[in-house]
Design a binder for this molecule. Structure first.
Ligand code: SAH
Ligand code: DHB
Ligand code: MG
Length: 216
């Protein structure tokens, strides 16, 4: 099946999110800097962009910048006076992301703050229309709590990588990254103030998924 879904992904991408030189150059920069290739796929990046467009997002918060791919997709949805704040732990990642978002022509709308997200979040001023959580998975429950504090009624919160090859249902796996996802799901279940769903995804080599939460 893996071969088939890789082929299907390539066809969907070719039709719906065709290669862009500016993004390909960004991937090259990330490779040169020896950064992991774990960014959103173009199809998922586009979903982020379309969601942001659909809710008329003007302020977006991202946790986990890497090389700025999800950042760029979401920033493309912003109006001229819109703003995206992205939090990144690794200075090298933040530097490459800065080059990439500038090259993509969206840099003026993006502020990248460098440090552990949990140290930065108390300085961040809400409310945000969209929050994308995609950093160290063990802190997902904390990031979710912050996202709730920094959003308003109608805001969306999207959390990447909630399936992790299905590891979440294997009780013999106690890896904190996987446990972080389980604790996140529990926190959402106990949260009376939101509607939430999640989608499993296959893409290329990966079996993963995302959760989408709307604040009531
Ligand atoms: N959102 C990106 C991918 C992010 S990968 C995209 O789809 O294009 C996860 C990123 O989170 C990495 O760059 C990693 O350095 C960063 N990260 C890990 N722990 C962090 C922390 N405690 N605070 C902020 N960023 C963190
Ligand atoms: C990993 C992290 C991600 O954000 C992702 O989309 C895929 C993989 C990882 O840490 O392995
Ligand atoms: Mg991710």
């Amino acid at each position: 099946m893996e071969k088939l879904w890789t082929e299907v992904d390539a066809m969907l991408e070719a039709h719906l999110a065709p290669p862009e030189s500016v993004l390909i150059e960004g991937i090259e920069r990330a490779k040169e800097a020896e950064m992991p290739a774990i960014a959103v796929t173009p199809l998922l990046g586009k979903l982020l962009m379309i969601l942001a467009q659909s809710i008329g997002a003007k302020r977006i918060l991202e946790i986990g910048t890497l090389a700025g791919f999800s950042t760029t997709w979401m920033a493309r949805a912003l109006p001229p006076d819109g703003k995206l704040i992205s939090l990144e732990f690794e200075p090298k990642h933040a530097a490459v992301a800065r080059e990439n978002v500038d090259a993509a022509g969206v840099g003026d709308k993006i502020e990248i703050l460098v440090g552990p997200a949990l140290d930065l979040l108390p300085q961040v001023e809400g409310p945000f229309d969209l929050v994308f959580i995609d950093a160290d998975k063990e802190n997902n429950p904390h990031y979710y709590a912050w996202a709730r504090k920094l959003t308003r009624s109608g805001s969306l919160i999207l959390v990447d990588n909630v399936v992790r090859d299905g590891k979440i249902v294997d009780s013999t796996i106690t890896d904190p990254h996987v446990q972080g996802v389980r604790d996140l799901l529990k926190a959402i279940r106990e949260d009376q103030g939101v509607e939430a769903t999640a989608i499993q995804m296959v893409s290329g080599k990966e079996y993963d998924g995302f959760a989408l939460i709307r604040v009531n």
